[in-house]
Design a protein around this ligand. Structure first.
Ligand code: BTN
Length: 227
């Protein structure tokens, strides 16, 4: 296995993605992995923060060189597999169990560079009661114990090693079988429709009554799921 070596574990860090980026810029090899027990400035997509009680979550970033695109899709399939049979993927980067978010993914790339940072936060052993009330409504946990976090991280990296080289059709099939939005009514800033899977670019396909099938880019769309 090439992922997970070298591995730097930190008790506390601002963001494992930021530390991984520094190492990538300094020439760290493919597979270099940063984990932390606690982040003081964990980041999510769209400028959101990512919070997790110290010592209860997998906080991991891995440096990938020449990674296939779109990467988030492959990372999400690997994360869902590690999270178990019941884990579903909510486009573009959430892993849900019973409709609750147990993991989030943040892949970051810089134009002109050959590296990408794949960051993942998984509520492996999180006590949901430690979250603030707003987060408590939507967050989930794998319900494991803190000592299981390193093994969970290794399992995730093994799954990622596989999905990085899987053919696109295998990834698409795996996504479909875990797609939390498939057939669901969804709406975004500019419209609404029914989710119909993803395409090879990782865009969300939506069947709309007026405009037919649209492909939405995660960078442009803020999805609201109607329940
Ligand atoms: C999201 O759901 O918006 C993505 C959350 C990603 C969180 C992980 S935790 C490890 C890595 N370091 C960060 O600062 N963010 C990612």
């Amino acid at each position: 296995m090439t992922l997970g070596r070298p591995h730097l574990h930190l008790a506390t860090v601002g963001s494992t993605n930021d530390r991984a980026r520094e190492l990538a810029l300094a020439g760290a090899p493919h597979g270099t992995t940063i984990t932390a027990s606690e982040q003081t400035a964990g980041r999510g997509r769209r400028g959101r923060t990512w919070v997790a009680p110290a010592g209860q979550a997998l906080l991991l970033s891995v440096v990938l060189r020449d990674a296939p695109k779109p990467l988030t899709i492959r990372v999400a399939v690997a994360a869902a597999r590690a999270c178990g049979e019941r884990a579903q993927i909510k486009w573009p980067n959430d892993i849900l169990i019973d409709g609750r978010k147990v993991a989030g993914i943040l892949c970051e790339q810089h134009p002109g560079e050959d590296w990408t940072i794949a960051g993942i936060g998984v509520n492996v052993a999180v006590d949901i009661d430690e979250f603030d009330p707003l987060l408590r409504e939507s967050a989930g946990t794998l319900g494991r114990i803190p000592t299981e976090i390193p093994a969970f991280g290794a399992e995730f990296l093994a799954e990622l090693e596989q999905t990085l080289t899987d053919p696109q059709d295998a990834i698409s099939k795996a996504w479909s079988s875990r797609d939390a939005l498939l057939g669901e009514a969804v709406e975004w800033q500019a419209g609404s429709g029914k989710a119909a899977g993803i395409n090879a670019n990782g865009h969300l396909l939506i069947d709309t009554p007026d405009a037919g099938r649209l492909a939405l880019d995660s960078g442009e769309v803020n999805l609201v799921r109607r329940v």
